[in-house]
Write a new protein. Structure first.
Length: 250
């Protein structure tokens, strides 16, 4: 049985060979699979694996479906996905984020960037394992959930359906952090609710001064969304407070 914490999945065998050699020079040992089905077999047999690096576009079974099946296969310990993509759509990226993706890397990629992303994911995996161990304590779990609820209320004190609006705010923040523009239609489509309800939530976020619309100068029919300075600062502040709480508990 392999004692390797990282698996890389891509249908390009030459690419896998180059990545394996490059990461070896970065003192990172990985196992490679040229098909998602092979990757599932490896993961099932190796509990040491903590990070899944996968291409999005592969024949037969794409990267998103692979992530979903890995989640069903391994509820604990959790495996953190890193996405490799040459031309991934915004919808695919948002879907991957909702499924737990912790990083996106654009092809062609630099080995140093991949190595840094893998190390971040391994550190996060360790933190999650420690948190999961801690959260076996029901009282600790309740304290953490209460802190998360209070942080959300501080950001959206008067927004009806605040949880749904908070998810939209996070989707927008994560997309902007990755350098991707988000249209009104794309954000509403990923909100997990009806378009009418999603638009009401969006209007509430605008009224709070957290989000603003920006017409596309090349296509006036399309409108982009972005966080305002207040919106970005609010998300970062809530994230810092929650991280500080979790760090103190771990």
């Amino acid at each position: 049985m392999l004692d390797v914490a990282v698996i890389i999945v891509d249908d390009d065998k030459d690419f896998l060979g180059e990545v394996r050699q490059g990461l070896a020079l970065e003192n990172l040992s990985v196992v490679c699979a040229s098909s998602p089905l092979t990757a599932l077999d490896i993961i099932e047999q190796n509990l040491a694996i903590r990070v899944l690096v996968t291409d999005l576009s592969m024949p037969g079974l794409d990267g998103l479906e692979l992530i979903r099946r890995v989640g069903e296969l391994r509820q604990a310990p959790q495996i953190l996905p890193i996405i490799l993509t040459g031309n991934g759509s915004l919808d695919s990226c948002i879907a991957a984020l909702r499924m737990g993706a912790v990083d996106f890397l654009q092809k062609p990629l630099e080995i140093a960037s991949l190595a840094a992303a893998i190390r971040r994911a391994l550190d996060l995996s360790l933190q999650k394992w420690r948190a999961a161990t801690l959260l076996d304590d029901p009282l600790a779990l309740l304290r953490l959930l209460d802190r998360l609820r209070m942080d959300r209320k501080r950001v959206l004190p008067s927004v009806a359906g605040g949880d749904a609006a908070w998810e939209m705010l996070l989707d927008l923040a994560m997309a902007q952090a990755a350098g991707r523009q988000v249209s009104v239609s794309a954000l509403c489509a990923g909100a997990g609710t009806s378009t009418t309800t999603a638009l009401r939530r969006l209007e509430a976020l605008e009224q709070e001064g957290l989000v603003e619309r920006r017409p596309d100068p090349e296509d006036r029919r399309r409108v982009w969304l972005q966080l305002t300075h207040k919106g970005g600062a609010s998300v970062r502040q809530a994230g810092r407070r929650f991280a500080e709480t979790l760090r103190a508990m771990v």
